[in-house]
Design a protein around this ligand. Structure first.
Ligand SMILES: Nc1nc2c(c(=O)[nH]1)N[C@H]1C(S)=C(S)[C@@H](COP(=O)(O)O)O[C@H]1N2
Ligand SMILES: [Mo]
Length: 166
């Protein structure tokens, strides 16, 4: 009888998934393995952590913009002004969450290469969950790890002071 292969876990690792929700035409759930259907980008980043100083990491994963476009934000994609109303909120299982604007990742606006990582420093993130990668940020607070949900939707309209009751 052959010996069990030590590289294959006896109990399969439970893959963590993230839910795509909010004002989307195709809301749903994606595992880290699902995120590998989009072409991966690779970036080396340095960000500052308030408690542990500069952090150096290499991340690999698809552009957040491509994944969210697949989920179909409920804006008129042909109208830049409509796209510029939308926000993206990314949450980890521990309750930490960070907000981006759609315009940050939109090619007609900030065009930032923000990723949903499938690997960090060569290690697959299937068991931990994806991590948001924001190379243009100086600090680490928006590098949300163990992502459990991403909400997409329009920002509230600021109150019109002129027509508001006194
Ligand atoms: N889910 C989650 N992600 C998080 C945080 C957190 O508290 N929860 N802290 C952020 C902060 S403040 C920093 S500096 C980086 C640290 O990333 P690292 O531990 O991979 O270097 O993770 C970010 N991502
Ligand atoms: Mo941090």
């Amino acid at each position: 009888m052959s010996r069990p292969d030590a590289s294959v876990p006896a109990v399969p690792i439970r893959a963590r998934s993230l839910s795509l929700c909010g004002e989307l035409h195709h809301p749903g759930t994606l595992t880290v393995a699902d995120l590998r259907q989009w072409s991966p980008q690779r970036v080396h980043v340095v960000f500052d952590c308030a408690t542990s100083g500069p952090q150096h990491h290499t991340f690999e994963g698809p552009l957040l913009r491509e994944v969210l476009t697949f989920a179909g934000p409920a804006f008129d994609a042909h109208r830049r002004k409509d796209r510029s109303r939308f926000l993206v909120s990314v949450a980890g299982g521990d309750g930490h969450h960070a907000v981006l604007s759609w315009a940050e990742i939109d090619a007609d606006f900030g065009n930032a290469r923000i990723l949903l990582a499938t690997r960090m420093d060569g290690r697959a993130l299937d068991a931990d969950g994806s991590q948001l990668v924001v190379p243009s940020d100086r600090c680490g607070a928006r590098y949300v790890s163990a992502i459990t949900s991403i909400w997409v939707g329009p920002c509230a309209v600021p109150p019109d002071e002129a027509s508001a009751p006194p």
